[in-house]
Design a protein around this ligand. Structure first.
Ligand code: ITT
Ligand code: NA
Length: 185
């Protein structure tokens, strides 16, 4: 079985392909524009984009959207994580959080897949906290500043197998993989 993921982020694509490999599902990139509505919830963003693309590109395409919600900042940057990363960056975010003691945050990943003309959503959430300094050089995006609950290393300090066991994306795509396999076995 093969899925095609609508993303411009090669790191994401690689993670998804490693997460789905044990299910015997291969992953390719679908190089098309994903239309993102403005919404606080990544579920609605992924769902809406998939509903636009499914009638055009058909079954087994996947739209993934991820947000980072920081409690002490009222959920900021949430679905605007990409914009914040591109503008103020990790440095700016850490500056914004100077003096904040409660550093809890959650990564939320929504994966929307088209099957038999219908959009199905799978979500994965990982609680954790934002560090005071960036640590580690693996991964991408916010990985150097995010430590998942129960761990001591940032995502960027973990080897990829470990991140792919505990991450928001791992949870969403493991659920998607299980569902696909049970539906089409
Ligand atoms: P596509 O929309 O093309 O898939 P993107 O990188 O823009 O790629 P998102 O909007 O879903 O993806 O991601 C929002 C931001 O969160 C962006 O800056 C990512 O780098 C970051 N991000 C997403 N997943 C992450 C992860 O697992 N670890 C660290 N940062 C992540
Ligand atoms: Na996005």
């Amino acid at each position: 079985m093969k899925i095609r993921v609508v993303t411009g982020n090669p790191h994401k694509l690689l993670e998804i392909s490693k997460i789905l490999a044990p299910f015997g599902i291969s992953v390719e990139r679908l190089d098309v524009k994903k239309i993102e509505i403005q919404d606080d919830d990544v579920i609605n963003i992924a769902k809406n984009a998939a509903e636009i693309l499914c009638p055009i590109y058909g079954d087994f395409i996947v739209v993934e959207d991820t947000g980072l919600y920081i409690g002490a900042l009222g959920g900021f940057p949430g679905p605007y994580a990409e914009y914040v990363y591109r503008t103020i960056g990790l440095k700016g975010l850490l500056k914004l959080m100077e003096g904040i003691v409660d550093r809890r945050a959650v990564f939320k990943c929504a994966a929307a897949i088209c099957v038999e003309g219908t959009v199905h959503i799978f979500i994965g959430e990982t609680q954790g906290y934002i560090t005071r300094e960036p640590r580690g050089n693996r991964g991408f995006g916010y990985d150097p500043v995010f430590v998942p609950e129960g761990e001591t290393l940032t995502y960027a300090e973990m080897d990829e197998e470990t991140k792919n066991k505990v991450s928001h994306r791992a949870k969403a795509f493991t659920a998607l993989g299980n569902w696909l396999i049970s539906k089409f076995k």
